[in-house]
Design a protein around this ligand. Structure first.
Ligand code: ZN
Length: 216
C-alpha cells in the first residue's frame, strides 16, 4: 500500500458513519487496498470511513474502483446476515408481533426479530454518499478499463480474473499476486502459473511468489 491515499469529504450528518453500511465507523478503508494493487484504478487513491466489519470484508476483495469493492462487501454482508434478512421474507412486522411464540428463545425472537431484520436490511441497502476528494467528485466510471484476452472483451481485468477463477477453480488471491508481479500483459502466463499450483499451502505459494518476483 502506498502513502498516496487521500481523505474524502464526509457530509456532516454522516460524519461518524460507515460509507458501506451506515453503522458507526471506527476505521478507515484505503482503496486501492492490497488486493487491488495490480488492477488499474478508475479513480484516485482514497480513504473512506468504515465500520470494523465492512473493513474486514473490504480488505479481502478486489476491484478497479471502490464501488466494485462495495458491491462485494454488500454480497459478503448478505451472506453473513442471511438468517436475519430471511426474517423479513418469512414474516411481516405485524405477524411477528402477534405471533404466539412464548417462552425462551422464541419470545425473544418475536420481540427483537423485526429489529434485527431491519438493521441487516438497512445495512445492505445503504447507498453511501457521493465521494469528493479535494472538492472534486470522484465518479463511478469503468470507461476505458476493458480487458481483452483470448478474443474475449471483459468489462475489466477483474471480470476476467473472476471468470478464470471460476473456470479453473483458482484462488483469486494467489492469481492477483501473480498478476501483480508479472503484469496484466502476461495474463496467460499468470493463469498457467496459478493452475500449476492449485491447492498448495499458503507458505508454499508465498515461496513460489518470492521466486517469481526474483525472475521478473
Ligand atoms: Zn459498515
Amino acid at each position: 500500500m502506498n502513502n498516496n491515499h487521500q481523505a474524502t469529504d464526509v457530509p456532516f450528518h454522516f460524519r461518524h458513519c460507515c460509507w458501506f453500511c451506515n453503522e458507526p465507523a471506527a476505521e478507515t478503508f484505503a482503496f486501492p487496498n492490497r488486493q487491488s494493487i495490480g488492477l488499474e484504478s478508475s479513480h484516485p487513491a482514497i480513504f473512506v470511513a468504515s465500520c470494523q466489519e465492512c473493513k474486514r470484508f473490504a480488505n479481502q476483495v478486489y476491484g478497479h474502483s471502490i464501488w466494485q469493492c462495495r458491491e462485494k462487501v454488500k454480497k459478503a454482508l448478505i451472506k453473513r446476515y442471511q438468517k436475519d434478512l430471511a426474517i423479513g421474507k418469512n414474516w411481516t412486522k405485524e405477524e411477528l408481533a402477534n405471533s404466539e411464540f412464548s417462552g425462551g428463545n422464541f419470545e425473544g425472537f418475536a420481540k427483537s426479530g423485526w429489529f434485527i431484520y431491519e438493521v441487516a436490511r438497512d445495512r445492505v441497502n445503504f447507498a453511501g454518499w457521493p465521494l469528493h476528494c479535494n472538492g472534486q467528485e470522484i465518479s463511478d466510471s469503468s470507461d476505458g478499463l476493458e480487458f481483452i484476452f483470448d478474443g474475449v472483451t471483459y468489462a475489466d481485468l477483474s471480470s476476467a480474473i473472476e471468470f478464470y477463477v471460476k473456470t479453473y477453480y483458482l484462488e483469486a488471491d494467489f492469481l492477483l499476486k501473480i498478476i501483480n508481479i508479472v503484469g496484466e500483459d502476461r495474463f496467460a502466463d499468470a493463469i498457467r502459473f496459478a493452475r500449476l499450483y492449485i491447492g498448495y499451502s499458503r507458505a508454499a505459494q508465498n515461496e513460489l511468489l518470492g521466486d517469481l518476483k526474483l525472475r521478473n
